[in-house]
Design a protein around this ligand. Structure first.
Ligand code: ADP
Ligand code: MG
Length: 484
């Protein structure tokens, strides 16, 4: 298959986290009873007028600024006509000629390193409702709760080269919209969906091959699988001398294959024209400046900073930056204890594992009983050698159960402080050695491993509170005195 190049262009739909819909005051909320959130505008009743949601426009501008797009100060909304039961008006309000953003790019990271994928445009549009087909029923039902939900459609240039890049693109876009706080990134609820346009061409040919479009991929994994299936299908067809037709296809996740849904329409079939109900939207330059000043630090910038300024490994930095909330938690913990490497370890290992065990996702990190300061305090006590790393694990558990107790107090109450009393420690060691003459002889005979046995015994008797390095030294010194 090496003699063919794959060319992919993505159209990603991002559902915006606004309170109300794009053109109506109905709640923009997932999971309510069917048709509970439907306004007269969403239902397409005659004689009602759409009113543009300012927040959705702001979100669109924020994404455009984050991705380095040109923001069009004059925007036009257009009607895109098609007939389908989930579209009550008979047209979808979208943008055609003057979309809110043009150009820009999304940075991606793959096994081949980092690169930028150029964007064609980002436009605003409303979502349609949802058709429900009950198995065996002689009818279908429609839920219009989603009708009118604000979407951004992010369209790439046809320059993505393989499934890995496409998945990296989707992941990077998801991280960006979540960092901006404009989309909840919830894939199960369909908050992000991608249409993948796939074509192949012989290596060296500049002209693009005929594409097919796979609709509505709602997970990164499905996106990759669908692309891989489709490119292989194209190559097989080209080799067999068959003609590839412009088609819209659906992906079946169970069979991991795509199948034809319909022969694709051309843009003129949609009879686009400017919506006479909506005057052109004019964006003030000051609005742009204000939003630009308030952009948060974006995923790749944070990733770089964690490595260069905080000295974290690329792997650890990547894990921390994956979820904006995890990064925010980590940064808060750093305010209490600046040892980034140690704080990162506790967050990435103990804390993420504890979240998982308690049925919380990484995004819900701030909902767990442990406040970030507690992680900082724990690391500080370790740094100051007040506790051993073994005790630190117990302290972590205890703090989780007892989030209001001060860690210092817990350590005090439990008698968990490192044994600093050399006299007491020496007494334990002396007794231990006296009671194990056989092991002493083995050690003196050169069996270093016996030291581990003695250390284990000391730790048992001190309930893990003996400082390991000091104890080892003390133990060795004492054993040497027994040499004849
Ligand atoms: P439509 O809106 O009808 O789906 P567009 O021309 O806007 O069509 O293109 C949609 C997407 O298809 C873009 O992401 C674009 O990069 C991609 N695309 C266009 N031509 C090809 C091709 N030959 N192979 C792969 N992707 C393509
Ligand atoms: Mg399309």
């Amino acid at each position: 298959m090496a003699e063919f190049d794959t060319v992919i262009g993505l159209e990603c739909h991002v559902q915006l986290k606004t309170e109300s819909k794009l053109f109506s005051p109905a709640p923009n909320r997932f999971g309510d009873a069917p048709n509970a959130n439907v306004d007269v505008v969403d239902a397409g009743l005659p004689g009602v007028l759409p009113v543009l949601n300012e927040k959705a426009v702001q979100f669109a501008i924020q994404l455009g600024l984050a991705l380095g797009c040109k923001i069009n100060l004059k925007n036009v909304f257009a009607r895109k006509h098609y007939f389908y039961p989930d579209l009550p008006k008979g047209y979808q309000i979208s943008q055609f000629e003057l979309p809110i953003c043009e150009g820009g790019s999304v940075e991606i990271q793959t096994s081949q390193g980092r690169k930028k994928i150029n964007l064609t445009r980002i436009h605003m549009e409303e979502d349609a409702g949802k058709s429900m087909h009950e198995a065996g029923a002689p009818y279908s039902q429609v839920d219009y709760n989603r009708a009118g939900t604000p979407l951004l459609e992010v369209v790439t240039e046809p320059e993505i080269q393989n499934a890995e890049e496409a998945m990296a693109f989707f992941k990077s876009l998801r991280a960006t919209v979540m960092y901006l706080g404009i989309c909840d990134g919830n894939m199960e609820e369909g908050s992000m969906r991608a249409d993948a346009n796939v074509s192949v061409k012989p290596v060296g040919q500049t002209e693009l091959g005929q594409r097919t479009e796979i609709k509505n991929l709602n997970s990164t994994r499905f996106l990759g699988q669908a692309i891989d299936f489709e490119r292989k299908r194209h190559i097989r067809m080209v080799k067999a001398g068959e003609e590839i037709k412009m088609q819209t296809r659906l992906f079946d996740p169970d069979k991991k294959e795509t199948r034809s849904m319909r022969e694709k329409e051309e843009a003129h079939d949609y009879r686009y024209f400017p919506d006479p109900d909506l005057p052109p939207l004019v964006i003030e330059a000051e609005t742009l400046d204000r939003l630009k000043c308030n952009l948060p630090e974006l995923p790749f910038a944070k990733l770089d900073r964690y490595q260069t300024d905080l000295g974290l490994s690329e792997y650890d930095a990547g894990l921390l930056c994956e979820e904006q909330q995890v990064a925010a938690y980590f940064e808060k913990a750093l305010l209490t204890q600046p040892n980034a490497k140690a704080v990162a370890n506790w967050v990435l290992n103990s804390l993420l594992a504890a979240l998982n065990e308690n049925g919380l996702s990484p995004e819900q990190i701030f909902q767990c009983p442990l406040k970030p300061e507690r992680i900082g305090q724990l690391v500080s006590m370790l740094e100051q050698k007040i506790i051993t790393s073994k005790i630190a694990k117990q302290l972590f558990e205890e703090m989780w159960q007892n989030p209001n107790a001060e860690p210092e107090q817990i350590v005090e109450d439990k008698g968990w402080k490192v044994e600093r009393d050399e006299g007491a420690l020496l007494k334990i060691i002396t007794d231990l050695v006296a009671n194990h003459p056989k092991e002493v002889q083995q050690y003196l005979g050169g069996k270093q491993k016996v030291l581990g046995f003695f250390m284990g015994q000391v730790m048992k008797q001190t309930k893990g509170q003996a400082e390991p390095k000091e104890t080892t030294e003390l133990l060795k010194k004492h054993l040497e005195t027994l040499r004849e």
